[in-house]
Design a binder for this molecule. Structure first.
Ligand SMILES: Cc1cc2nc3c(=O)[nH]c(=O)nc-3n(C[C@H](O)[C@H](O)[C@H](O)COP(=O)(O)OP(=O)(O)OC[C@H]3O[C@@H](n4cnc5c(N)ncnc54)[C@H](O)[C@@H]3O)c2cc1C
Length: 424
């Protein structure tokens, strides 16, 4: 049985959603359930973008932006460390400078506090919004509400994590500090090498992010939504908004358009009159075979900044932030080297890499997505830029977009997510 919608559209519209990632499919399914005629356009299959290979954490705790206070001091050392979690292709640096400058501005203590309030408003009830979205669909089988464990081998790494722990606590996130014994009780598969651990009990994880998005797509098609494998190339515009969406195959007329094309949204937004400082933080994963004694929780390494997650078909190691744009070839060197560290964390983990993946986080310098009407073209709605938390916030974004299409006031204050919050 499909989940019931909270609302039924008084004036059903034809809405075109551009992008079939977690965000686009959540928007499309929510809109369809409210009674709108919905068409999703994407040249790839649902969930084949960033939504394919992420760490799968429903991270309602992640109220910390990537630009925390002091980042300016830490970044040079991180960039110089060939094994560190942060890397840049130097040829891409000139393109990144304006984005990095905005990141620095967003990392001031007062701004971080504001950003974390906004993130909490979007992420705080992610578990509930996801549960509502997938109720009655195949997606229910993929979500595990088990919590997330951060591990620290050294006192230094644990001390360095304190500002994030404190920020989470200030926003009301439940954070439990565990002794080594308590860690062993909770996660016996973890090696006895950790001096500290932090447990985030209200966090969930997904055992196959790609299949979860596939389940949204199946439910959408079953509800008579239209999914077309077409790349959007432009729009026919009137003052209020796009009247039709152009693809390589032709034109599709629409009452309203939702741009949810993840890291590829910037040129589409520009065609609709909006400049947004969207770039990509590239990230990687490798899959390893599931060991006999597999962990039951996602485990993060405080030192190496990777996450090890028990997924369907293997253990996924995800990590890295690489600034190199959308076109540079993948460089798996760093993520491959994480395998040795992962094997220290979970004894019995094999080292045979089954598959590897590069994905493109759609990232804004202030770690807040762009959600709202295009300022000069209000018939177009933006839903992109979700950075490190796009899986977590997809269902909530779908609810907001459905509110905007229906003309209702969304449950959260959308001012922090405004498309025009940056000046050019
Ligand atoms: C290594 C890594 C780990 C991560 N871990 C987590 C995590 O644990 N938890 C979490 O919440 N988030 C995580 N994320 C972030 C998360 O994956 C993204 O924020 C999220 O997937 C973004 O979803 P999206 O739908 O906006 O974009 P995508 O999934 O990238 O979808 C965008 C879609 O738009 C389509 N598209 C592009 N251009 C066009 C066009 N012109 N016309 C039509 N369609 C177009 C693309 O083909 C694509 O299918 C992680 C990301 C990475 C890389």
């Amino acid at each position: 049985m499909q989940a019931e919608s909270r609302h039924t559209a008084a004036n059903p519209k034809h809405v075109i959603v551009v992008g079939a990632g977690a965000v686009g499919m959540a928007c499309a399914l929510t809109l369809r359930r409210e009674g709108h005629a919905v068409t999703v356009l994407d040249p790839r299959l649902p969930g084949e973008g960033a939504s394919y290979g992420n760490a799968g954490i429903i991270a309602n705790c992640s109220v910390d932006p990537i630009g925390m206070p002091g980042i300016v001091r830490r970044v040079p050392a991180m960039l110089m460390d060939p094994m560190g979690p942060l890397s840049i292709r130097w040829r891409y640096l000139p393109r990144m400078v304006p984005w990095l400058a905005r990141l620095v501005v967003a990392s001031r203590a007062t701004r971080v506090e504001e950003i974390s309030h906004a993130l909490f408003s979007l992420l705080g009830n992610a578990a509930e919004t996801w549960a509502d979205l997938i109720r009655g669909t195949d997606g229910e089988q993929y979500i595990r509400p088990r919590g997330w464990i951060h591990t620290y081998e050294s006192d230094a790494a644990f001390t360095a994590a304190q500002p994030v722990i404190d920020l989470r606590r200030r926003r009301g996130v439940r954070v439990e500090v565990l002794t080594p014994d308590e860690l062993h009780q909770l996660e016996p598969a973890a090696a006895p090498i950790f001096r500290h651990a932090v447990y985030l009990p209200d966090t969930g994880f997904v055992t196959s992010p790609m299949r979860l998005v596939g389940a949204l797509a199946s439910a959408f098609v079953a509800a008579e939504g239209t999914l077309l494998q077409e790349r959007v190339t432009g729009f026919n515009r009137r003052e209020y908004g796009p009247t039709s969406v152009l693809t390589e195959r032709g034109a599709h007329s629409a009452d309203q358009v939702v741009i949810a094309a993840g890291a590829w949204s910037r040129p589409l937004a520009a065609m609709l009159g909006s400049r947004v400082p969207l770039d990509t933080e590239r990230g990687y994963h490798v899959m390893l075979p599931t060991p006999e004694r597999a962990p039951g929780h996602p485990l993060s390494s405080g030192e190496r900044k990777f996450i090890l997650v028990p997924m369907q078909g293997g253990i996924r190691i995800t990590g890295g932030v690489e600034f190199a744009g959308l076109d540079a070839p993948a460089d798996f060197t760093r993520i491959r080297r994480m395998v040795a560290h992962a094997r220290r964390m979970v004894p019995g983990l094999g080292d045979e890499i089954q598959s590897e993946w590069l994905g493109f986080r759609p990232s804004m310098p202030d770690s807040l997505p762009v959600i709202g009407a295009a300022p000069t073209c209000p018939g177009a709605l933006f839903a992109f830029g979700h950075g490190h938390v796009g899986l977590t916030s997809a269902a909530s974004t779908g609810l907001i977009i459905a509110d905007l299409v229906a003309g209702r006031t969304p449950a959260i204050d959308l001012r922090p997510f405004r498309p025009d919050r940056f000046r050019f």
